[in-house]
Design a protein around this ligand. Sequence first.
Ligand SMILES: Cc1cc2nc3c(=O)[nH]c(=O)nc-3n(C[C@H](O)[C@H](O)[C@H](O)COP(=O)(O)O)c2cc1C
Length: 179
Amino acid sequence: MTDSTNSPGDSTAFDSAHFRTVLGHFPTGVTVVTGMAAGDRPHGFTIGSFTSVSLDPPLVGFLPQVDSDTWALMAEAGSFCVNVLSDKQSDLCWKFAKSGTETTRFDGVKWHQAPSGSPVIDRAVAWIDCSVEDVHTMGDHYFVLGRVTALDADADHDGLPPQPLVFYRGTIGGFSAEG
Ligand SMILES: Cc1cc2nc3c(=O)[nH]c(=O)nc-3n(C[C@H](O)[C@H](O)[C@H](O)COP(=O)(O)O)c2cc1C
């Protein structure tokens, strides 16, 4: 049996694999956070750590790895757009998570520009356009705080309510409402 306990001050009583496994029991939505490099090159990566932060002022955040190539390309623009994927977009979840493909991820993907210029992916459940307010280093990730500048949801999904993609224990699936 794996020892899942930890003593105060002892940060090595569990390994990173166990940390990931346990934290993977917290389900998240799946987003593709997008931005532009050099003004006209679209970039994006799959992000589950998106969170709402504040209503007034309107702030959201997400956590990219400090060694993310995509964040390095996007950071200079000073803005980003969060695209909440639908359950019909599982292919995009994996496509935008593959390392070493930064320049080809948008191949075959339909998108248009948010007011900031960042890509809005067609048929996403919702999009949230932001300017970068602050970036903090937190361990091996950054926390990127964004001020929301424009947003929308419920694009047409063939007359049906849009359904989000859900990530849980390393797999993705749909959401089913109770009752
Ligand atoms: C469902 C899912 C959620 C993810 N969430 C995050 C996240 O919150 N932060 C992060 O840094 N990487 C996350 N990733 C991994 C990144 O998508 C991946 O490391 C990145 O696209 C690699 O390319 P890059 O080096 O160009 O950033 C997630 C991957 C998946 C499949």
